[in-house]
Ligand binder design. Structure first.
Ligand code: C2E
Ligand code: MG
Ligand code: MG
Length: 667
């Protein structure tokens, strides 16, 4: 602190001069011939007195002393007021300061006080978020040479009202010599006098390679180079915080899910799958605007936070924007000289009525889930309240399925499969599950199988179904229906279980059922998933004597080469193709083709969903002999199934074995 202020001394001297002048007036009056000769003296006294008492001397600045002691404040301006000022003037600016990854500081020349943003407090590893309002916190934490360089540069900038920037190395052991750049710009008043310095403190990204790697590891997705889930969630939280303070702040979150990505990996290779992900990431990066944030937040899910949205009405600017993104992302990908067609479902949530990260993500996910189940699969969907309700219903259903497995509320119906070239005799059944719920009655599998598959509940449910079907079949076999064969549906998830073969073997042993009385139905999609593993499982099952059917044949993959490699016994032509065989030449041609494929590969063929005499006649003429459909029977409960068998079972001749009977059917 200084003892004397030079302005006070000056004022004092001026007043002294006034007194001296005043004292000499009587002498002048006595000596002078003219009384008015004293007027200049009077004017000089008035002028000096005015200057001494009222003149505001400019503030002397531009000096930072060695101890960086700043002049005593003339106007006591608490540091909080400065922050408050900023808030009042521009609340948005303050929020940007708070959420920015850079730190900000201001130095008020008149008061000598320094304001540090919270971010700087964190960067400087202060124990609490508020730092002292001097430069001391910085001086204490950086190496001496850096501190001196900073002081010099700040001084120089104050002298010429300019800018400066210099490097700092932090001393804190915890920060491992982290490097920062401190920059500042001097703000001057109308007279060109410096009044304030505004500056930033930025952590240098250009760190040593291992540190850069650590940074990338924390925030970057290693495969695609876009941000990772962690960064995405932090950024989303910032946006939610800004929106909480500013009701007019609009942003949107888009989730992009690659449909059937598992099938891409399975049918091509993991490398191709990786290339697809990289291509999509590059496309998103190229189309995103500078302020948008692109991240990969799940194995095949990307997220984009869209900023700078002018209006809450999506029609204005959001819809064209997301359409553009969707079109670009889903266009075919050229891989190894061939176009790979992909489908991408995109859900969008605007931050309307949502005030937390969890809700935004839950809404976006609910929307995606809803799309994937419906016709909008592969399209764009904006979240709306109803979707969340629907999602809640689904969660409830999932819970109910869990409970129903415990309570054994699932029952099996059996739909006959008939040989029309052998007097419409029954050769087997397909076991079809139903949920017998106490409140709603019988529920169709279409309602709960997809959810059971998605949640993995299909595995315990499937085990239950297999056991029930095997137990029932064994009862029928023991009643004398020795050749009856029951087909059980298996989902992809069940089929990919490592324990699958052992589980099936255990159930057969437990129920004492001959494997030849059991057939497993898998869809083409299941067959294509993890092809090598699937073939291995099929071979093991086949070696045990279990037959395998390809269900819904014709609706999945067009590649037929797999049929030659897989130990498949039966194809089931989907109802979709059977529906119009009698009245649509294209469908008839397709059905003929499927019949031809089965014949040439020496496979059994079952036509599903046969309802009319016309369909039946067509199939008979074309040589398809195994029929399943309402024309013969709907799925039946166990008693009715037994009744059906009693009337339609072809009792094998004495000594006829299961195999010879099947051979006879084939011939
Ligand atoms: P899917 O395996 O293709 O079964 C045939 C479906 O077609 C059955 O429907 C059957 O009732 C129906 N259907 C048969 N003939 C006709 C007909 O002439 N007209 C009409 N309109 N429909 C006919 P359901 O029982 O509703 O089963 C639907 C799907 O649910 C099944 O298709 C299968 O994918 C799945 N599913 C059924 N039970 C099980 C099960 O135990 N496990 C698994 N993983 N999936 C099952
Ligand atoms: Mg089936
Ligand atoms: Mg089917």
């Amino acid at each position: 602190m200084r003892l004397f202020d030079e302005h006070v001394v000056l004022r004092f001297a001026l007043l002294l001069a006034c007194l001296l002048f005043a004292e000499s007036i009587p002498d002048i009056l006595n000596l002078s011939e003219h009384a008015y000769n004293f007027i200049p003296y009077i004017l000089a006294i008035v002028f000096l007195a005015y200057v001494a008492l009222f003149y505001k001397f400019p503030v002397e600045t531009g000096k930072i002393r060695n101890d960086v002691e700043i002049p005593e404040p003339k106007v006591v301006e608490p540091i909080r007021d400065l922050k408050k000022d900023l808030l009042e003037k521009d609340e948005m600016f303050q929020m940007m300061i708070d959420v920015s990854s850079d730190g900000f500081w201001t130095f008020d020349v008149a008061s000598g006080k320094v304001y540090w943003s919270n971010r700087i407090a964190k960067m400087l590893a202060a124990e609490n978020t508020s730092l002292e309002d001097t430069f001391e916190p910085l001086q204490k934490r950086v190496i001496e040479s850096d501190w001196n360089a900073f002081r010099e540069q700040l001084n120089a900038a104050l002298q010429k009202a300019g800018t400066f920037s210099c490097n700092l190395t932090l001393l804190d052991a915890s920060k491992k010599n982290a490097k920062f750049v401190i920059s500042g710009r001097v703000q001057s008043n109308d007279l060109g006098r410096p009044i304030r310095v505004i500056g930033s403190l930025t952590e240098k990204i250009d760190r040593k390679p291992d540190e850069r790697e650590a940074y990338n590891f924390v925030y970057q997705d290693a495969l695609t180079g876009v941000y990772n889930r962690k960064y995405f969630l932090e950024k989303l939280k910032m946006d939610v915080d800004i929106a909480a303070k500013r009701p007019d702040y609009v942003f949107a979150v888009a989730l992009l899910d690659i449909d059937s990505f598992g099938a891409i990996n399975a049918s091509y290779s993991i490398n191709i799958g990786d290339n697809v992900l990289r291509t999509i990431a590059d496309r998103l990066k190229s189309i995103a605007r500078p302020d948008d944030c692109v991240a990969r937040i799940g194995p095949d899910v990307f997220a984009v936070i869209l900023h700078n949205i002018e209006s809450r009405d999506p029609n204005d600017d959001l819809i064209p924007l997301v359409r553009n993104i969707h079109n670009k992302v889903k266009s075919p990908i050229l891989l190894e000289g061939k176009d790979l067609y992909i489908s991408v479902s995109m859900s969008i949530v605007i931050n309307q009525d949502v005030d937390c990260v969890e809700d935004i993500l839950a809404n976006a996910n609910a929307s995606l889930r809803d799309m994937k189940k419906g016709i909008n699969h592969g399209g764009i969907q904006f979240f709306s309240g109803g979707i969340r309700e629907k999602a809640m219903k689904l969660y409830k259903l999932e819970f109910e399925i869990r409970r129903a497995i415990q309570a054994q509320e699932f029952v099996l119906m059996y739909q006959p499969i008939v040989d029309i070239r052998a007097g419409n005799k029954i050769v087997g059944f397909e076991a079809l599950v139903r949920w017998n719920q106490s409140e709603r009655g019988i529920i169709s599998p279409a309602e709960f199988i997809p959810i059971a598959e998605e949640t993995g509940l299909i595995v315990p449910m499937g085990a239950l179904i297999l056991r029930m079907a095997c137990r029932q079949t064994k009862l029928w076999v023991d009643m004398g229906y020795k050749n009856i064969q029951v087909a059980v549906n298996f989902s992809a998830k069940q089929f990919s279980m490592d324990s699958m073969v052992d589980d099936v073997r255990r159930v057969l042993t437990e129920t004492n059922l001959n494997p030849r009385n059991l057939k497993l139905e898998i869809t083409e999609y299941t067959a294509m998933c993890e092809a090598d593993k699937t073939i291995e499982i099929m071979r093991a099952l086949s070696n045990m004597g279990i037959q395998i059917s390809i269900d819904d044949f014709g609706t999945g993959y067009s590649s037929l080469s797999y049929l030659k490699r897989y130990p498949v016994h039966t194809l089931k032509m989907d109802k979709y193709f059977v529906d119009h065989v009698a009245d649509n030449e294209e469908d008839a041609a397709f059905a003929r083709m499927v019949i031809g494929i089965a014949k040439s590969l020496n496979l059994d063929l079952i036509a599903e969903g046969v309802e009319t005499k016309e369909q039946l006649d067509f199939l008979y003429r074309e040589g398809c002999r195994l029929i399943q459909g309402f024309y013969f029977s709907r799925p039946l409960n166990t008693e009715m199934a037994l009744e059906y068998m009693k009337n339609h079972y072809n009792i094998p001749s004495q000594g006829s074995t299961f195999e010879t009977e099947q051979e006879a059917v084939k011939a």
